[in-house]
Design a binder for this molecule. Structure first.
Ligand SMILES: Cc1ncc(COP(=O)(O)O)c(C=O)c1O
Length: 345
């Protein structure tokens, strides 16, 4: 059992903006001459790169997003660490970047979390967000995979709020990912390309975008940086299958495994936007929500398509809340970790 340390005294855990405050330390490892060097844990601070560093020009950047939780017995849980490591390496392969070996990722992250333990306070509303990333650092202007890279892990405290219900717009002009592209990689470019459509949707009064497939503009794929799920009449959970246009979300995977235990049937099938509208028009109780590490579950209250608005169900008895609670209970060690998702530090 771990001792619970008091929070960093100079940090106001009640009042902060996510992602602005890093913890005291970070992990750094260099890659060059075809090998990763040993990692170092150093005080958080700025890094120096040549303006010729290839990450600035050709987009060889990959990141992950995961969380560490304080468990009810005082221990620390790196939730689904192995799956995040696997996905990091999948993204790296797609971007012709060197994979990060388990010895570096797991040992390095574990050590960093041990040193930064005091940032994971004993409160179910808090977690520590973990941002591992790899960037091409070789100073060379040439469109070619770099020979030098930097792997880093930075940490930032996160407070989960009761997420507000979202008004979501089906995006009919821009697309996020096409077959053969890099949509299933957590590569920076995918996110850069989503900023303009996201901004336009916000300007039009929406909170989030619902992306359609690139080929037919017919099937719903993801929402912002979340996978999407629907629950019909409290019985069937439906989500589009992952592939090279949909990120293999770890929250998605976890919820798909928990849903049958809560009496839901699960179907991984493509859902067309017209089908979705038909369900709503026919009076089916449609729960629609985005799922991802940051907010876990973000309920949609409305889906707008070509200027018309369709309400989705967010009543107190919606099944999505039960799924969210169970996932949280597993992470905190309240419910049994049947699938061995918890990695104790
Ligand atoms: C495009 C995209 N889809 C889905 C997700 C959800 O994935 P996860 O549940 O692993 O956070 C994310 C967040 O990482 C994302 O960036």
């Amino acid at each position: 059992m771990q001792t619970i340390l008091s929070p960093k005294p100079s940090f106001d855990f009640d009042n902060f903006t996510f992602g602005v405050q890093a913890t005291d330390r970070m992990l750094v490892a260099h890659y060059g001459q075809s090998a990763w060097q040993d990692y170092k844990i150093v005080p958080f601070g700025e890094i120096t790169l040549s303006p010729l560093a290839m990450c600035f020009h050709y987009g060889q950047t990959v990141f992950e997003g995961m969380k560490a939780y304080r468990m009810v017995d005082g221990g620390i849980n790196l939730f689904r660490m192995g799956k995040h490591h696997e996905r990091l390496n999948r993204s790296l392969r797609r971007m012709a970047m060197p994979e990060v070996p388990a010895s570096l990722f797991i040992e390095g992250l574990t050590e960093l979390i041990r040193q930064e333990e005091k940032w994971i306070i004993d409160n179910p509303d808090y977690s520590l967000y973990i941002r591992p990333f790899v960037i091409a650092t070789e100073p060379r202007l040439g469109v070619d995979a770099a020979e030098e890279y930097l792997f880093m892990i930075v940490l930032s405290p996160l407070k989960s709020y009761y997420s507000k219900n979202l008004r979501v717009k089906v995006e009919t002009e821009y697309i996020r990912a096409a077959h053969g592209g890099a949509g299933s990689a957590k590569n920076g470019g995918n996110y850069g390309a989503s900023m303009l459509p996201q901004r336009l949707a916000k300007k039009a009064g929406f909170d989030q975008i619902l992306w359609l497939d690139a080929a037919e503009r017919k099937y719903v794929e993801e929402s912002g940086t979340m996978n999407i799920m629907f629950i019909l009449d409290g019985k069937t959970l439906i989500t589009p299958p992952t592939g090279d246009t949909i990120l293999d979300g770890i929250t998605r995977d976890s919820l798909l495994r928990l849903a049958p235990l809560q009496g839901l049937e699960v179907e991984e099938i493509r859902v067309s936007v017209s089908e979705l509208i038909d369900w709503i028009d026919a009076g089916v109780r449609v729960e629609a929500f985005g799922v991802g590490t940051a907010a876990v579950i973000s309920p949609f209250e409305e889906i707008s398509y070509l200027g018309k608005s369709y309400p989705t169900y967010t009543g107190k008895d919606a099944c999505m809340y039960g799924l969210k609670q169970e996932l949280s209970d597993i992470r905190r060690g309240i419910s049994e970790d049947k699938f061995e998702w918890n990695f104790r530090v």
